[in-house]
Design a protein around this ligand. Structure first.
Ligand SMILES: Cc1ncc(COP(=O)(O)O)c(C=O)c1O
Length: 454
């Protein structure tokens, strides 16, 4: 595999002939509920490069939706999976014991900050970790209500969907939702819902909860848990300021509400620390992890101290959750993330953030650049003063990037998310910036946007 490329190269029209054939077959038998933004067919991948069946190579800054943390097919992860596959594929941790699950739980428990012994419930997806947290919070508190945020994405299963408020289309046709969820505005400082400016505000996003919601709508004594993404993911890569997370912690403490950190997208080293919450110095009561935890094998973890995760046998379980292959991949992934990749995410992320902020001087359609580590959002607007959203431009850039050999994804209505594997090096970061700028220029031209002489 040493001849696998490390830079993109486009050699056919896109999609190429073999890709086209597969896409036609997919259209016939695969659920049409998926939202494919552009026609990438992945044939094989290593590191930060994905090859399609026609020989095109793409630089991957999407990482399978922020999943392949150690890069595609990291040799240590692949070796751990192969070794496990030779010995034990399945037995179900619900009924029996096996080493991979115990060792993965030990690794996760050691990396999640906070006092006391941690316990881990393994599921197969982010949504399952959220379902686990919903049930655990109800079990532990005996309460039935939840607070969540506008812009939040917590998954698509029935409980997780009730907490989600990212796109109305995700909920359309699926009402009624699980009862008991109240949504409140998130600290989206670039578009402050209270019209305030960060640094000069009175944290109205916190007082709305205590003074309005708790006094007029939901008695806090009935709230089991508050679910928060420290950086909203699908909602638009929106980082909350530290004061917001610290204030939420205080509110939860005051009212005996469990604070659940949804770190499904932001966790596992992506932001330069194991959890994004650590940047604010906040420890949640329950932490949900998935995506990057097993480098692409299906695994999620709901983590809590033993004083909280003390439910009785039979309360919750999963046939496949924590299966041997996924937990073996997680052990290798967590070792790599802890020893090398968290630090790399931080340094490559700082470089990218700085360069992208620099691009704002040249392009006033870039309204905001924000994030931590390798979780960066670039929000596009029609004009910077009015902040009118420019979703057509974001979509056109995504497509032009693809045509130029770069994989990206959108987040929220008008934000481009930058979430490469945590193994990218500086030359790949630089190539990303070159292709992004070229694609931005091409997209503006395509849209006939006035004001740019490209
Ligand atoms: C923050 C967050 N929570 C939960 C989920 C749901 O994860 P999954 O798609 O694995 O169920 C996602 C998925 O994008 C997410 O970003």
């Amino acid at each position: 595999m040493s001849d696998f490329p490390t830079m993109p190269a486009i050699v056919t029209e896109l999609p190429g002939p073999k890709a086209k054939k597969l896409i036609a077959r997919d259209a016939k038998h695969v659920s049409p509920s998926y939202t494919r933004g552009y026609p990438l067919v992945a044939q094989e991948a290593r590191g930060a490069i994905v090859k399609d069946p026609d020989g095109n190579a793409f630089l991957d800054f999407a990482a399978g939706i922020a999943v392949v943390s150690t890069g595609h097919c990291h040799p240590e992860v692949v070796a751990a999976i192969k070794d496990q596959a030779d010995r034990l594929l399945h037995i179900s941790g619900t009924d029996f014991y096996y080493t991979a699950q115990v060792e993965a739980a030990e690794s996760v428990a050691a990396l999640v900050p906070g006092k006391g012994t941690k316990r881990v419930f393994f599921g197969n997806s982010g949504a399952e970790a959220i379902e686990c947290a919903i049930k655990l919070a109800k079990y532990k508190t005996g309460r039935k209500r939840f607070i969540a945020f506008y812009g939040a994405f917590h998954g698509r299963t029935t409980g997780a969907l009730a907490l989600t408020a990212s796109k109305a289309g995700q909920r359309e046709h699926f009402f009624p939702m699980m009862d008991g969820v109240t949504h409140v505005p998130y600290a989206y400082c670039y578009r402050c819902p209270y019209g305030q400016t960060y640094g000069k505000c009175k944290m109205e996003c916190l007082t709305f909860i205590t003074e309005t919601v708790f006094k007029t709508l939901v008695p806090p004594s009935e709230v089991a848990a508050l679910f928060v993404e420290p950086i909203q993911g699908e909602g638009g890569y929106v980082p909350a300021p530290p004061e917001f997370l610290q204030g939420l912690r205080k509110i939860c403490d005051k009212h005996g509400i469990l604070m659940v950190a949804d770190e499904v997208q932001s966790g596992v080293g992506r932001t330069g620390k194991f959890l994004a919450m650590e940047h604010a110095g906040v420890t949640a009561d329950i932490v949900c992890l998935a995506k990057g935890i097993a480098s692409g094998l299906p695994l999620s973890a709901c983590v809590a101290p033993d004083a909280i995760m003390d439910w009785k046998p039979g309360s919750h379980a999963s046939t496949f959750g924590g299966n041997p292959l996924s937990t073996a991949a997680a052990r290798a992934t967590l070792r790599l993330v802890k020893d090398e990749l968290m630090a790399n995410a931080q340094s490559q992320g700082e470089f990218l953030l700085h360069e992208l902020k620099g691009m704002m001087a040249k392009y006033d359609v870039i309204g905001d650049v924000r994030g931590k580590g390798l979780m960066i959002g670039v929000e596009f607007v029609k004009d910077r003063a009015e902040k009118e959203r420019f979703p057509e431009l974001r979509d056109a850039i995504e497509l032009c990037c693809f045509e130029n050999g770069l994989l990206t994804l959108g987040a929220g209505p008008n934000t481009l998310r930058i979430c490469p594997p945590l193994i990218i090096d500086r030359s790949q970061a630089k190539r990303f910036l070159e292709i992004l700028e070229k694609s931005l220029q091409a997209a503006l031209k395509k849209l006939g946007y006035k004001g740019y002489p490209f």
